[in-house]
Design a protein around this ligand. Structure first.
Ligand SMILES: Nc1nc2c(ncn2[C@@H]2O[C@H](COP(=O)(O)OP(=O)(O)OP(=O)(O)O)[C@@H](O)[C@H]2O)c(=O)[nH]1
Ligand SMILES: [K+]
Ligand SMILES: [Mg+2]
Length: 437
């Protein structure tokens, strides 16, 4: 662990050279550093044009400076942003100058966000969303990430956490004050009805995980078929560049090749694989083994068949798209195809793209973007769900044990956002009833 009291700095904008470079500094030393670099700081959160100088008074550059006094900043610490011209030597000169200050050092990867988390500015779900937003390459990835980074998903989880805490508070009230008249008799029923609703909502939420993963990680489309069917040619045609080697030699492709495509704002990961046949040769056999693994992990399998040869229909998995290739050549195959294409003259490629998007949309039609997209979310939510189900479905267990189940459910849920619920149970109990009035 790096010491937390250090003030950290880093180039927060993209690679230099560029028009601008933004250097961010966070920590207790910021006021002193600003005093040295520019003299009096600009008014809080307002940009001011300043000369940025070394301690010897030499001008490094002139640019906008922003000062965010703690705690009103991204990290919750005092932060400065210095906008420089984006030249390598300019940025290097400022970095050299900053490194000279005591208690200042370059930031470790993710350290600004980590401080934001530790200071309660962002929860874990928001931090992950921010990482996704920065990595987003498609419109749908952006929409998912912006919902997550700006607290939309967290507020769903916080709402559930609050309901769980309340349920446990009411059950514990019943345990602690069984004879208290002011505790309504049907409290238990009301609590278990809400736990049941919570279970339903959480289950529905988890059903959206596949959609979230497809948006975030991409829709995996695998092209498979016999050697020489035209798989690599199709991949190159869809990618609009020469990704894969194409020859008339059967068994050309060995490794699984892959390109990222942006289709209708969705990330589509397209894979080209070795032709499937009984191969004797070691390298080709390994290629086919890899092809079979890719096929088993596909969201959509495109099974390609060369229509210009009299091929017997291959056995292909259910749900696969059977595509006839080389429609520009005289047709010999009598098999029926979902669609026919020619990588050579472009026939059917638009239709194939449309079908890929249709298949994707069949799996991804979120009502909202507040959906889970990581296995980490699923694991904790599933644990929470199991604990709630245990509490709900075993009424013969003692009420104390069932309250304990609810606590376990709340803890598991709290681990998703990294904010284990600290609400005071007694506040809730005394807030809702007039026990001990
Ligand atoms: N006429 C015509 N020829 C094609 C078409 N698509 C591919 N071919 C030819 O078919 C041969 C095999 O193409 P590939 O794309 O290498 O086939 P593949 O399925 O990747 O083959 P392997 O990697 O060996 O399994 C090459 O000679 C291509 O030029 C097409 O649409 N029309
Ligand atoms: K080939
Ligand atoms: Mg190939």
């Amino acid at each position: 662990m790096l010491p937390n009291m250090d003030t950290i700095f880093a180039l927060s904008s993209g690679a230099v050279p560029a028009g601008l470079a933004v250097v961010r500094i966070s920590g207790a030393e910021v006021p002193a550093v600003l005093a040295s670099l520019i003299g009096a700081p600009p008014p809080a959160r307002q940009a001011a044009l300043r000369s940025i100088r070394t301690r010897n008074g030499l001008v490094i550059d002139t640019g906008l400076v922003l000062y965010f006094p703690a705690p009103y900043s991204f990290t919750g610490e005092s932060v400065a942003e210095i906008h420089l011209h984006g030249g390598r030597a300019v940025v290097d000169a400022l970095h050299r100058e900053l490194a000279e200050f005591e208690n200042l050092r370059p930031a470790a990867p993710g350290e600004f966000s980590r401080r934001a988390f530790e200071n309660g500015k962002l929860d874990l779900v928001e931090v992950e969303g921010l990482a996704d937003l920065i990595a987003a390459e498609t419109e749908m990835q952006r929409r998912l990430a912006v919902e997550q980074s700006s607290g939309g998903l967290s507020s769903v989880y916080n709402g559930w956490a609050h309901r769980l805490t309340r349920a446990r508070a009411l059950i514990e009230a019943e345990l602690d004050f069984p004879d208290e008249e002011d505790v309504p008799g049907s409290v238990s029923d009301q609590v278990w009805a809400d736990v049941e609703n919570l279970i339903t909502e959480m289950r529905e939420h988890l059903l959206q995980l596949e959609a979230g993963e497809i948006i975030r990680d991409g829709f995996k489309v695998v092209i498979a078929g016999s050697p020489n069917a035209g798989k690599s040619s199709l991949m190159n045609a869809l990618a609009k560049r020469d990704v894969a080697i194409v020859t008339d030699i059967a068994g050309t492709t060995r490794d699984v090749l892959h390109v990222d495509l942006n289709m209708d704002g969705y990330l589509v990961k397209l894979y080209d694989t070795a032709g499937l046949r009984d191969a004797a040769e070691t390298v080709e056999r390994e290629g086919i083994r890899r092809a079979e693994k890719a096929i088993s992990e596909a969201d959509l399998l495109i099974f390609l068949e060369d229509m210009s040869v009299d091929a017997a229909t291959n056995i292909y998995p259910e749900g696969a798209l059977l595509v006839g290739a080389k429609s520009d050549l005289p047709r010999k195959s009598m098999n029926e195809y979902d669609l026919v294409i020619s990588a050579a003259d472009g026939t059917g490629l638009g239709r194939l793209r449309a079908v890929i998007v249709e298949r994707l949309r069949a799996k991804v039609h979120p009502q909202s973007m507040a959906i889970p997209s990581r296995a980490r979310h699923k694991d904790s939510l599933a644990k929470s769900l199991v604990a709630m189900e245990t509490a709900l479905l075993s009424p013969t267990r003692g009420l104390d044990l069932r309250a304990e189940d609810l606590r376990a459910a709340g803890d598991a849920l709290g681990r998703v956002t990294g904010r284990v619920d600290v609400e005071n149970l007694l506040d809730l109990i005394f807030g809702e009833f007039c026990i001990g009035k």
